[in-house]
Design a protein around this ligand. Sequence first.
Ligand code: NOJ
Length: 539
Amino acid sequence: MNRKWWHRSVVYQIYPRSFYDSNGDGIGDLRGIIEKLDYLSDLGIDVVWLSPVFPSPNDDNGYDISDYKNIMEEFGTLKDMEELLVKANHKNIKILMDLVANHTSDEHQWFIESRKSKDNPYRDYYIWRDAVDGKEPNDLGSVFSGSAWEWDEITGQYYLHLFSKKQPDLNWENPKVRQEVYDFMNFWIEKGIGGFRMDVIELIGKEINKKITSNGPMLHPYIKEMNQNTFGDKDLLTVGECWGATPETAKLYSNSDGSELSMVFQFEHISLDQIPGKDKWDLKVLDLVDLKRVLSKWQTCFDNNGWNSLFWNNHDLPRIVSRWGNDQEYRVESAKMLATLLHGMKGTPYIYQGEELGMTNVRFSDLSDYMDIETLNMYRERFNQGYSHEEIMESIYAKGRDNARTPMQWTAELNGGFSAGTPWIGVNPNYKMINAKNQVNNENSIFSHYKKLICLRRENDVIVYGDFELLFPNDENIFAYTRTLGQHKLVVICNFYGKNTPYKLPYELNGKKAWELSNYDDCRENLLRPYEGIMYLLA
Ligand code: NOJ
């Protein structure tokens, strides 16, 4: 397989608003990130993905961009961004920018023009339609509740917004729109970024009249065109957010001929704890056998032609230790076990800020403590549909996006050391116990465990390129697999639950252990303790 630098990289996602506030206004900023570069370098990551840092009215925390070539005032200046790039590069850390090209803010100059009149030169930058029988043109819904169409009085037409009404969708069929996107991508490439994470990229090829939104007929041609006009001849990492990706489409996106992207985020494993056919708020207990089936399918589907991303968390998802681990009695064990399981797999691992500390979900008692537009809209919608307050709050505690967005917990001091001012969103009260200061110099911490995993990936080709084989596919407690490259065999065995579980390897694995990494002090023959996770190399 054609080897790439990002095959052996580990990416760390920063949600700048909640990472570190350097000036006491309660909002994380770029200088805050610069101050924490040593922390990132100590952890050992090679790449940072920055959630959007561009000017934005923050209806969706920066995913509604009003100017693609500048920096949000609350976060700093273009100069700060340039300084961050230089200082990160000195530490061999590349920076990925978040490319939000399916939609802009309604406060972007293009939309301000577009809504002025039907013959405005920017009219066709967005998707406008007449009313049908006095109503919305069709029944497309917004991801953030309600119709995807918003009536605009000024010109008497509807515009499309698959997210909030302050996020109008761009019209990718218009070649001028595509050129504008390529232009600002090149602006950032010239500044020396390491690549792009592409927000909901699978929506750009939509065909509205047929109500096809995801994976539309023009999707791959547009991505290829983008590739040729921007990063195609540069050695960058590009990762597309694709909720609907299947192994077949993922092979197209991440084809090793380099014509599209480096890899995609697929979400099949992430959707396993919701009731099929319902939405993410309708909870179902995770079935480990399902998780194994899905993850091993993605581990084996590419045959050297395509590449995976590996992740448990991001800014839209609840904290993994509260989700499929145990965030109470076995928080440390389960956070390490989940890390071991993921980091032993084939693909590029992504760590979301705070995951390396075992940060947990939050339970704010008051709805007014929640900031996320998706959560608040869902609350209103479900309350009107007759759900009880308690029922809705349980869904929010389990799945709300603010679980991931509470400030990074740096110390046991005021506001978890995140800010000297009042944080824009509440800090998780467990910061006195869970914080970076407690962990960075502690050999047995979750942070140190992540550090070891990152190091092992760097030093062992078998972790990067080894073939994956699932063991015990039907076992309901244990997730175990091997990775094989030539003489080297990596073995990973994880107990997903809080009880002792006996196991027996299905066949003799020959060879001597060259090294071993565990979340317990010792290993017991054929017995896994609660959330025990072991990785070892036979050589
Ligand atoms: C996906 C992003 O991850 C999410 O945070 C955002 O709300 C939507 N795309 C819309 O941009």
